[in-house]
Design a protein around this ligand. Structure first.
Ligand code: ADP
Length: 618
């Protein structure tokens, strides 16, 4: 058979031979996609047996996307060729491949055919696409983060910055940064440190440092920078730097340092002892004053426990206190004792706090300790002096009482035995003597009662009584006086208030409050006496519309000799008194486990005196 065609060129077989030796795919086909000729490289590319003849099959059998195939044909018809057209196909094994076509139209007689080459670009295509994806991701991150991202070349000049972040954090535009070097933006004080870090970084390939960068408006921003050196053949190619604005953190660090410094100087210079301990009482920290107070060295005290420097009688009290403190959570101040190194007992006042962790568990005790030796001594001395005073008052009053009895006795005797022999003037003078003596006797009785009430072991003799009966009795008793002053006394008292008290003493309290209300309420005023039962207490109140109290006057009336001078105030009132009445009343009420207090809206606005007593059953 003739091996050459009629033009004298190569035969079909030779042609097939030639194209089979090509390593790129070759095909010829009709415009509808029907394959007329192909080489074995095509078989190889799509992964099928090289001897298999695909002639007669259609391109649509391979294309995975009819739209792409249509575009390919359209391009071809329009331009008569396509260049580097990438088509995704699915091979018989079901794998996807990316094939690149370079095809053109040829005329074969009066028929138009397609001829072209194909190569498998799957790997390259995927790689490029991946790179594109990576770049997209990088841009997305770089444009949306507030971290400053920069790339420097081998000369340490900026060649890339993420402009958004640079603008929002530092106020610079791209063109103000690119081509410059980082050191041009550094704080002068940081330069040395930064350049050392860079040197170190060159050795290690990575650097991390905190420093300041100048903002466009002149102030400095603290950043934490991580730099990665890009090396190639042991030569520096560039640096990638990522910096984070840590100005806020730095500022708060500075504040913490400052307050730590302040706290330290307070801690060390305080004349009060300060310590912290764990919940077992082991010391963690203490100042010099605390060591001095106890006489131990630092090392000695670190090996001791709070218990070991506390007399055992305090253990239970302190345990309870800790317990209630934990429940209530407030700082607490109390007095206790420590044992000094030489065994001496040291009285102190302690204010302590308990710190809790995130789970609200207590983990630390903090305390301020004050040496109160001197204070205790003074307190003791005052107690002694007060005792002496009371003793003096008691004795003096007793001594005064006796001659008064004879003065009163004799003046009464003169009045009764010699009334007819005396002229009215002398009778009236003797009357004055009598009432003067009476007043003096009252004062002496007050003084005696005060000194009696001051003895610490004074306990009232509690007997079941009806308090409402006693109140009504006192009101009746003082009726002549209140009638004389044209007062209206109103009582709103429970029918019977049964509790335990010492009748004579509570009688004195009620009479004193009533008498005061009468004394210090001008002619024609009113006085209301009420009772109220509240939980396990009875509260008695005596209200008047009298001369009331200023704030200053309120402060002293329950104290010894707390008389408020009211001379020259144009009052029609008898203003003699010792200023002991309310003090005595307070002592009595408190010795019964009650309280006494007063309210007044101000001068001439009346006042209300209250006292409470516990309602005792047995
Ligand atoms: P005194 O013996 O002087 O009355 P008290 O201790 O009973 O002593 O009272 C102290 C002071 O309180 C009195 O001097 C008086 O000025 C004032 N005072 C007491 N009760 C009243 C009252 N109801 N209204 C106004 N002032 C009062």
């Amino acid at each position: 058979m003739d091996t050459k065609n009629k033009e004298g060129t190569i035969s079909k077989k030779e042609f097939q031979e030639i194209i089979n030796n090509l390593d790129i795919g070759y095909f010829k086909g009709e415009l509808n996609g029907k394959l007329l000729i192909h080489n074995s490289a095509i078989n190889k590319i799509i992964g099928i047996d090289p001897s298999l003849d695909l002639t007669g099959s259609y391109s649509s059998q391979f294309s995975s996307d009819p739209e792409v195939l249509e575009r390919y044909h359209n391009d071809l018809k329009k331009n008569r060729h396509v260049k580097d057209f990438i088509m995704k196909i699915r091979n018989p094994k079901g794998q996807f491949l990316y094939i690149q076509f370079n095809s053109h139209l040829i005329e074969d007689g009066d028929q138009l055919l397609v001829e072209g080459t194909v190569i498998d670009v799957t790997e390259k295509y995927l790689l490029e696409r991946n790179l594109m994806d990576t770049e997209k991701k990088f841009n997305l991150i770089a444009n949306n983060t507030n971290d400053l991202i920069a790339i420097l070349n081998q000369d340490f000049e900026y060649i890339f910055i993420n402009e958004n972040a640079y603008y929002s954090v530092l106020g610079y535009k791209k063109e103000e940064v690119l081509g410059k070097r980082p050191r041009e933006f550094n704080h002068p004080d940081d330069l040395k440190r930064v350049s050392n870090a860079i040197k170190q970084g060159l050795l290690e390939g990575i650097v991390q440092e905190e420093f300041r960068i100048k903002h466009k408006d002149g102030h400095y921003i603290w950043v934490e920078t991580k730099g990665k050196y890009l090396m190639e053949d042991n030569k520096l190619k560039g640096v990638i730097m990522i910096s984070r604005d840590i100005t806020n953190r730095k500022n708060s660090e500075k504040k913490i340092q400052e307050s730590e410094r302040k706290y330290r100087s307070l801690f060390e210079s305080s004349t009060d002892g300060i310590y912290s301990a764990d919940m077992e009482g082991n010391f963690i920290e203490f100042n010099k004053a605390f060591l001095k107070m106890l006489g131990y060295s630092k090392e000695q005290l670190l090996n001791l426990n709070l218990r070991q420097i506390t007399p055992s009688k305090w253990y239970e009290i302190e345990d309870n206190m800790l317990f209630t403190h934990l429940a209530v959570g407030e700082s607490k101040i109390y007095e206790k004792e420590y044992v000094q190194k030489n065994g001496t007992i040291l009285p102190v006042s302690v204010r302590f706090w308990i710190l809790q962790d995130e789970q609200d568990d207590p983990y630390r005790i903090w305390a301020i300790v004050r040496d109160i030796t001197e204070h205790k001594q003074i307190e003791q001395e005052l107690i002694e002096i007060n005792k002496l005073k009371s003793e003096f008052l008691r004795r003096a009053s007793h001594e005064l009482k006796t001659p008064l009895v004879s003065i009163k006795g004799f003046s009464e005797l003169i009045l009764s035995s010699y009334l007819e022999d005396l002229n009215p003037d002398i009778i009236s003078k003797l009357g004055e003597i009598n009432s003067g003596v009476e007043r003096l006797q009252n004062i002496i009785n007050d003084l005696l009662q005060t000194s009696r009430l001051e003895s610490a072991d004074l306990k009232p003799r509690l007997i079941r009584e009806d308090l409402s009966f006693l109140i009504n009795f006192c009101v009746e008793e003082l009726h002549p006086l209140s009638a004389k002053r044209e007062h209206s006394i109103n009582t709103e008292i429970e029918d019977s208030i049964i509790t335990k008290f010492e009748k004579e003493e509570i009688h004195d309290v009620i009479s004193n409050l009533l008498l005061n209300a009468i004394k210090y309420t001008p002619q024609g005023g009113w006085i209301d006496v009420r009772s109220e039962i509240k939980d396990d207490l009875v509260i008695i109140s005596i209200e008047d519309n009298g001369i009331g109290f200023t704030e200053e006057e309120k402060g002293k009336i329950f104290k010894q000799f707390g008389k408020v001078e009211r001379y020259g105030q144009g009052l029609d009132l008898g203003i003699d008194g010792t200023g002991l009445g309310l003090y005595i009343s307070k002592r009595i009420v408190e010795s019964h486990g009650g309280k006494i207090w007063m309210e007044s809206e101000g001068k001439n606005k009346g006042s209300t005196f209250y006292f409470s007593l516990p309602l005792l059953d047995d």
